[in-house]
Ligand binder design. Sequence first.
Ligand SMILES: Nc1ncnc2c1ncn2[C@@H]1O[C@H](COP(=O)(O)OP(=O)(O)O)[C@@H](O)[C@H]1O
Ligand SMILES: [Mg+2]
Length: 262
Amino acid sequence: MTALLQVNNLTKQFGHDAKALSDVGFSVQEGEFVSIIGPSGAGKSTLLRCINRMVDATSGEIMFDGVNVLNLKKKELKKVRTKIGMIFQHYNLVNRLTVIENTLHGKLGCKSTLSGVLGLYNREEKEQAMHILGLLGLDDFIYKRADQLSGGQKQRVGISRALIQNPRMLLCDEPIASLDPNSAKVIMDYLKNISVNMGITVLVNLHQVDVALKYSDKIIGINGGQVVFIGAPKHMTRADIQRIYGSEAEDLIFDAGGIHAG
Ligand SMILES: Nc1ncnc2c1ncn2[C@@H]1O[C@H](COP(=O)(O)OP(=O)(O)O)[C@@H](O)[C@H]1O
Ligand SMILES: [Mg+2]
């Protein structure tokens, strides 16, 4: 089986600072649910941003669907980006626009500049948006303004906007970090459902080890820009958590409860 995403020797250095990512390597299979965990400043966001080229890597290789995204020119990059949906901690919605308008925004990357700027969407696109909003349980909110929604509802719009691109993969940067525990669970359940039932690969940055253990097929632990663990949740030991989180580890192990000693 070939991987949908294969990252090799990825390094990112901002200016003369210490490397934000150092020789990072891992692979992600189609449909896999993969969590990236680590403390603040570990390099999680930088890693996701390198994958869709919001940040330019210093060196290495990022093979996505058979092409090295680090080599792509503008036009090819735009095409690859339509296959990669982004989900953000702060949702990045346009507050004064409605739920369906925000969802349709996900189509912008696939449109000509003019029809994009004019906000022209055809009936088929609107129906697709309605369908996706239905899947995310937002039928009753379609014409509500984004700024009238709760955090959990906003994130469901964020997911809808990503899904309307028909992505192969979702990159989610701390999607639940601003949500209360109940809303966080709802969002994680939707993301898991999307991976299992739609076959869309999900790569999610998380701060919480307990959430990663519960939802992931595979966990990548990073600390100081380096991968210090790759494996299934059942293979993660206390020692691994300590390696990933350093001094923060004790609290996290307590939170995770069920983690086995090792
Ligand atoms: N645009 C940037 N310019 C300079 N340094 C940055 C930039 N973005 C991130 N960094 C640095 O890179 C390191 C990793 O940050 P980040 O990827 O945001 O970590 P995480 O998402 O795990 O909290 C940190 O030391 C951070 O200060
Ligand atoms: Mg981050």
